[in-house]
Design a protein around this ligand. Structure first.
Ligand code: SF4
Length: 384
């Protein structure tokens, strides 16, 4: 039986969604007659939007050269914030009715502000999210902000979002998180059937495809999971760490070498879906707690760096032999963390390679750097 082909068939919807995300959202809007909401940052509590019948769509870059943002956003802001704004200015997200930003970094806040100023919207909402998630007041504070957000949406749709609807929205999101965790479990195998590129397609599309459709495709894939046999050698087991790094061509290039990306810690990957909600009684508090407790973005990981032990645990669980630190150019939050993270990983016996990323990346030179890294790892293995 040709199970490899059937795995590719089951991954195809995610690849297609990745490429055709805008036509998917336009069709969804036509079929549902509901608002599509542009979500800026993964700290937006999508549960509220699903409870209101809306489709949250994460605003992402297009990984293509652009020359439309110079008048709006500093050239030394991260390429992701500029690329995302460029997509808006070029009309790629013309179906987006409204936008929400949860407080994250200064760079993306500029994207939000420029978007509000220059693009037609029904409404925009800035959702304060405490940066100091380690504060004993963070959960209470965020609960009150999520409640205000819910009340704002209720005014927009002209009806109450019931506790039952909130629970349904939450359980839909949790189901997606749990299915993606099961996909990631497959990557722990000695010979993972799912490549790092496949995982990016699945994790990133969950941020802009309706969770109902996404869950159906994930379930179909997981149903056959035990039949999958990898069609390639695993090679060196790598982990990627970064921010909004969904340049699938980079992942495919790495996996054209004798290596497999078996795990990640990125907001375009595991950081988005890793933890489910835990029932706190009040549905709004349940939702708020989940975002405060999730694996943190570096903007929110102080005074104690809790992200580092989480990354080390992942590296151990997935049998990682080397880490690629994907440093988005000019991203201050990750730049502030990466030297300490590199030292921390190397002190714990995990070699690292730091690569700087732009919205478009020179795959040839990057390939040479990755090849050299793999050779170093193989030599270390030989002499250890
Ligand atoms: S956290 Fe970094 S990559 Fe993400 S929007 Fe902010 S500056 Fe850009």
């Amino acid at each position: 039986m040709n199970t490899t082909r059937s795995l590719q068939d089951l991954i195809k919807p995610f690849r297609d969604w990745y490429k055709n995300r805008h036509s998917y959202a336009e069709t969804w809007k036509e079929n549902h007659s509901q608002q599509v909401i542009g979500m800026m940052c993964t700290y937006v509590p999508e549960e509220i939007l699903y409870a209101a019948g809306m489709l949250p769509v994460r605003i992402l870059g297009g990984h293509e050269p652009q020359d439309v943002t110079e008048a709006h956003i500093f050239g030394m802001f991260c390429p992701f914030s500029r690329d995302a704004l460029a997509q808006g200015l070029k009309g790629k997200y013309s179906y987006v009715d409204s936008i929400v930003l949860s407080h994250s970094c200064l760079h993306f806040r500029q994207t939000f502000t420029s978007w509000k100023m220059h693009l037609p919207l029904k409404w925009s909402y800035y959702l304060p999210m405490p940066n100091q998630v380690q504060s004993p007041y963070a959960k209470q504070e965020f609960q009150s902000e999520v409640k205000k957000f819910k009340e704002f949406i209720e005014k927009e749709i002209g009806k109450t979002i019931t506790a039952e609807a909130l629970k349904q929205g939450t359980s839909l999101m949790d189901k997606n998180r749990s299915l993606l965790r099961k996909i990631y479990e497959l990557r722990k195998k000695e010979n993972p059937p799912i490549t790092g590129a496949d995982a990016v397609y699945m994790a990133v599309t969950s941020q802009f495809i309706s969770k109902e459709d996404h869950n159906t495709a994930l379930e179909a894939l997981l149903e056959k999971a035990n039949e999958f046999t990898p069609s390639r050698e695993t090679g060196v087991r790598l982990m990627t760490i970064g921010s909004e790094n969904d340049d699938v061509q980079f992942f495919e290039m790495v996996e054209s070498l004798p290596a497999t990306i078996v795990c990640d810690e990125q907001c375009a990957g595991s950081r988005y879906f890793w933890n489910p909600t835990i029932d706190a009684g009040d549905p709004i508090q349940t939702i708020a707690n989940r975002y405060v407790d999730r694996p943190p973005c570096p903007t929110k990981d102080y005074p104690e760096r809790k992200r580092f032990p989480h990354i080390l645990n992942l590296a151990k669980e997935y049998g990682v032999q080397g880490v690629i630190l994907m440093q988005e150019k000019f991203c201050d939050p990750h730049e502030a963390d990466n030297p300490a993270l590199k030292r921390f990983l190397e002190e714990n016996g995990i070699p690292t390679l730091t690569l700087e990323f732009d919205s478009t990346n020179p795959l040839g030179p990057l390939k040479i750097r990755v090849e050299a890294f793999l050779e170093t790892l193989s030599a270390e293995e030989l002499f250890s």
